[in-house]
Design a protein around this ligand. Structure first.
Ligand SMILES: C[S@@+](CC[C@H](N)C(=O)[O-])C[C@H]1O[C@@H](n2cnc3c(N)ncnc32)[C@H](O)[C@@H]1O
Length: 320
């Protein structure tokens, strides 16, 4: 039996993230192929990275551009993929790795930043050297189902503008938006960030105080339609406090399909990792507790459980 361990390195997190990501995208394709009422798939990767093989030997499983490009060729509906990468050096590597790996999946270069799947002309993939927070949605139209990947290096780099889901939901006839956010709440000890901002003017997209981080999660939960719920699945013991937040249809939730996906992801790796999860709507209290555990320090959590008497010290505020 593999051993359960504390985690802390990206070698341990990344294969789990990609296993969850791959199923998140593959299930969208399987659903669209069988449903008939989704006319087109629009996929937006707000944080594409360099598209290097991050682990293993299969590019299609080991970076978000590879996952998107390989799942798209299984779709019977047209797919548009937009990859955003804000770092200029990383963008150059991204384009190089797309050139290197896309032909094996049947794509050919069509422009400076575009590749088309050749046999069916069903998939268009574009790379943008731009901030994902400014991702364009003018191409989204009636009949589209939108899928968004938001995978920054830490929560303070959250790349999905807070209005993004509601902007897409308000497009007439759109079939919905599902999002996957991969979030390290304490990468490099960022929980040392003060809980409250000291500037009096609240800034709508701020992540400068930990209290702002609640707003990032609310920007997804507040816009979930009745038919979707949001799962938080995270490592139970992890210094960086990585968690994966993804929206799924309640029918999949009720059949336990997503529980099976995360069980497979967290236990299939050579080291089995303890994990915890909750659904935002179905398990509201537990979801809130798991979010609190990631945003609040131990001292703040303890204080919340047992409010300190006025003469007591509150302890180490910075411990994760
Ligand atoms: C964790 S890596 C992404 C890995 C990639 N999603 C994968 O699974 O292969 C994060 C990348 O997102 C980029 N990034 C962070 N914030 C961004 C933003 N607001 N817009 C675009 N790119 C961003 C970083 O430069 C970095 O290359």
């Amino acid at each position: 039996m593999p051993k359960t361990k504390d985690v802390g390195t990206s070698e341990q997190h990344t294969p789990i993230k990609h296993a969850i990501m791959r199923e998140f995208v593959a299930k969208e394709v399987r659903a669209a192929n069988s449903l008939g009422w989704i006319k087109r798939l629009v996929w937006i990767d707000l944080t594409a990275g360099n598209a290097e093989l991050a682990h293993g030997t299969d590019w299609s499983d080991s970076c978000s551009p590879g996952i998107l490009a390989s799942c798209a060729v299984e779709s019977t509906q047209p797919v548009i993929i937009d990859l955003y990468e804000k770092n200029p050096d990383t963008y150059i590597k991204l384009v190089g790795n797309l050139d290197k790996n896309l032909p094996a999946l049947g794509y050919r270069r069509a422009s400076d930043n575009g590749w088309n799947e050749w046999a069916t002309a069903n998939v268009r993939l574009r790379a943008w050297e731009r901030d994902g927070r400014e991702a364009g949605i003018s191409h989204v139209r009636r009949g589209d189902a939108v899928l968004v990947l938001n995978d920054p290096n830490s929560i303070t780099e959250w790349a999905m503008r807070r209005t993004f889901a509601s902007e897409i939901n308000s497009i007439r006839g759109v079939k919905g938006i599902r999002t996957l956010s991969c979030v390290g709440f304490n990468v490099s000890g960022i929980k040392r960030t003060p809980f409250l901002r000291d500037d009096p003017e609240p800034q709508p997209d701020s992540v400068r105080a930990r209290s702002d981080w609640y707003g990032l999660i609310r920007s997804i939960t507040d816009t979930l339609p009745d038919r979707l719920d949001l799962m938080l699945a995270g490592f139970a013991r992890d210094r960086s406090q990585w968690a994966y937040l993804f929206s799924s249809p309640t029918v999949w939730r009720d059949k336990g399909e997503e529980e099976a996906v995360i069980a497979e992801a967290f236990t299939a790796a050579s080291e089995r990792h303890d994990y915890e999860y909750a659904w935002a709507k179905r398990d509201r209290e537990k979801f809130t507790r798991l979010v609190d555990r990631r945003i609040l320090t131990r001292a703040e959590l303890a204080e919340r459980e047992t409010p300190a008497l006025p003469f007591e010290e509150s302890g180490d505020e910075n411990a994760a």
